[in-house]
Write a protein that binds this ligand. Structure first.
Ligand code: FPP
Length: 253
């Protein structure tokens, strides 16, 4: 990222720009394989694509960008690949944090923190603490994240409140669950993008994506550029969001 980020719009100027874009950065391994490179080279190139995308999202006036960096299921990959991904997160935070901070990026992390290596947990905490006062764009990194795990942890928190007598079961509603999720302070994604041609959510933001628009793009994540983001935003702008209701035009007829 360069230092001369243009000042971004604080609010979306029209309803056709999503406030929150979430991305499943898929295809790093296939990108590397297609070039005869080790998988870690694909992940490294993926980090570079992430850097460019944070900047492009800020330029587009997007307020929230969530990226799926490491899923709770990724632990089942070969040890060496897990270690490569942990190493890349360390490098990303150590190298890029100062610049993200300088550019007004607020970093937030979602996912299970318990059980992470202490230095990784400390880096995640440092990234959040340093950037807590920023507001140019929110970068939410889903790390050791799984939607089902998040919902199960939320259910446990709610059950503890019921067991302690501070919450009545009949008072549990959608808001109670939303507030117990890792994303309690984060709006639901308007748009979820997945690269690499796969068309599924893979345990990403299962609760939050209930009414998100989904855009699947064939390019591998390391090839993702600001033009791909613009194309996804164009697709989003052409969608009619109904949230289970009717369009204004349909409601009258
Ligand atoms: C999917 O590609 C990508 C991942 C499992 C990890 C995404 C991680 C990064 C872009 C870099 C690390 C992120 C940070 C924040 C440092 P894949 O390996 O599943 O690709 P494949 O399906 O082609 O094998």
């Amino acid at each position: 990222m360069r230092r001369d980020w243009p000042s971004r719009r604080h609010e979306s100027e029209d309803m056709t720009t999503p406030a929150h874009v979430a991305i499943i950065m898929d295809g790093n391994g296939r990108w590397a394989k297609a070039r005869g490179l080790p998988r870690v080279a694909g992940h490294r190139a993926g980090v570079e694509a992430l850097r460019q995308t944070v900047r492009a999202a800020a330029d587009q006036g997007i307020s929230w960008l969530t990226v799926y960096a490491f899923s709770s299921e990724n632990w089942s990959r070969p040890k060496s690949e897990v270690s490569d991904l942990m190493g890349l997160l360390r490098i990303f935070i150590r190298r890029d944090l100062a610049e993200l901070h300088q550019n007004g990026v607020r970093v937030r992390i979602i996912g299970e923190r318990d059980g992470l290596q202490p230095d990784i947990a400390a880096l995640l905490h440092e990234a959040e603490a340093l950037t807590a006062g920023n507001s140019a764009i929110n970068l939410v990194i889903a790390f050791n994240y799984g939607g089902r795990d998040e919902i199960a942890r939320a259910a446990r928190k709610i059950a503890e409140r019921v067991a302690a007598g501070t919450l009545a079961p009949e008072d549990i509603d959608v808001e109670t669950v939303s507030a117990a999720l890792d994303t309690a302070e984060i709006p639901d994604p308007d748009l979820v993008i997945r690269t690499s041609g796969e068309m599924r959510l893979s345990n990403f933001l299962l609760w939050q994506a209930a009414y998100s628009e989904l855009v699947f793009m064939p390019c591998y994540w390391p090839d993702f550029t600001k033009s791909h983001l613009a194309e996804a935003l164009e697709q989003y702008a052409s969608r009619e969001r109904r949230f289970g209701g009717l369009l204004a035009s349909g409601a009258a007829s």
